[in-house]
Unconditional design. Structure first.
Length: 125
């Protein structure tokens, strides 16, 4: 009985994936429209034009891809999801650090430590 319930839940979650993808696409379009309105109104974000936020668009799709992998794996964190986030967020960090006036020099050691921890924690999964 319990196995049937779990399997039913997994089937329902797989069927809801297209709805989730449509919702993500809608959120993405709202974000794009908001950024365009901000840029046209002359508002600055961190002392810069809002168009710099376009460089952060990959962050949206990286997180969405990792979340979809998380859901496909039965809501368990696995190696594939961790590596998607790890290697996807590195370029985003290189955009964010200067924008937030942080030193990029600390980013390489932090990246190596984070990736090393991911390899150690998820080596057998």
């Amino acid at each position: 009985m319990k196995d049937e319930t779990i399997q039913e839940f997994k089937n329902q979650e797989k069927e809801s994936a297209p709805k989730r993808t449509n919702a993500l696409g809608g959120i993405f379009m709202i974000f794009m429209g908001g950024m365009a309105l901000l840029a046209l109104s002359g508002v600055e974000v961190f002392g810069r034009s809002p168009w710099i936020l376009f460089a952060l668009l990959p962050l949206f799709w990286i997180v969405a891809a990792a979340y979809n992998k998380y859901v496909e794996n039965g809501r368990k964190i696995d190696k594939q999801m961790v590596f998607t986030l790890s290697f996807g967020l590195i370029p985003v960090a290189y955009i964010l650090f200067p924008m937030l006036e942080l030193s990029v020099n600390v980013l390489w050691p932090m990246t190596m430590i984070f990736i090393g921890l991911g390899i150690i924690l998820f080596r057998d999964r």
